[in-house]
Design a binder for this molecule. Structure first.
Ligand code: NI
Length: 254
């Protein structure tokens, strides 16, 4: 069965059909879903989803663009969510310089705090890094994130940068962008990254793969991503599904 390592089913884009959609995943071969919190409200909803659906696990964290909402009080609450049985990661956390809101200095403070939280409670991290390649790597090296472990979600940097994260023992979340015709740099990176370091993800409702590009994304699109990886790696679709499932279980200790 396919392991969906990154989706946001708490998003309002699913308000109309969340229940039917989640109930239909098994029959389409999707066995496990990590619902990733990106805001405090998203974390609250992630808790509800993982209580309700046996195959849904949670990541608890605040996305860099949402870090202005954090303070000491709600950070304590976030920590308590991280100790729930079905919470398997801290995330998504990181740096986003596409949107310089809040300013990088604020993003960095909460990235470091959440990395240290993950270290303390011994959970892997799910990293969001957009147009912030150098600062993300510098911080992760300085804070010895290799000891914490985790996945670089929606990996979008070069093969050279991939080598740095491989050296830290990190995994790479590969999603819909790999199916885009102009994703040359990413295709090179995926050819380079060993199969035992790749996870499948959608980032639903965002980043739908071809041939559904531009539409609302869901885990039902994961086969398009797995097929593209199979072609690039010269292995079968089933091998991609099996290996990425094993990789995710290994990382999230399931
Ligand atoms: Ni995401």
């Amino acid at each position: 069965m396919i392991f969906e390592s990154h989706a946001h089913y708490d998003d309002t884009a699913f308000d109309g059909d969340r229940e039917e959609l989640l109930a239909s995943l098994k029959e389409h071969g999707i066995g496990t879903v990590i619902n990733v919190g990106a805001s405090l409200a998203g974390c609250r909803m992630t808790e509800e989803l993982m209580e309700r659906y046996p195959f849904v696990y949670g990541a608890m964290g605040v996305h860099p663009s949402e870090t202005a909402q954090l303070d000491e009080e709600n950070f304590r609450w976030l920590r308590s969510l991280c100790s729930l049985d079905k919470t398997v990661a801290v995330g998504e956390i990181g740096l986003d310089y596409h949107w310089l809101d809040p300013e990088p200095a604020v993003q960095k403070v909460w990235f470091e705090r959440q990395l240290e939280l993950a270290r303390e409670i011994e959970l892997p991290v799910i990293i969001h890094s957009r147009e912030a390649a150098k600062d993300t790597l510098d911080m992760m090296q300085a804070l010895r994130a290799g000891e914490i472990g985790g996945v670089i979600h929606c990996y979008s940097y070069t093969k050279e940068m991939a080598r740095e994260y491989l050296n830290m023992g990190f995994y790479f979340g590969i999603g819909g962008v790999i199916t885009f015709q102009n994703a040359k740099k990413l295709k090179e990176a995926v050819e380079y990254i060993p199969m035992d370091r790749i996870l499948l993800e959608t980032d639903s409702p965002y980043l739908a793969p071809e041939p559904n590009r531009g539409k609302r994304n869901s885990s039902l699109n994961l086969p398009y991503i797995a097929q593209t990886i199979a072609r690039l790696k010269g292995i079968t679709y089933d091998e991609v599904v099996e290996m990425t499932d094993a990789n995710a279980r290994n990382l999230f200790r399931l």
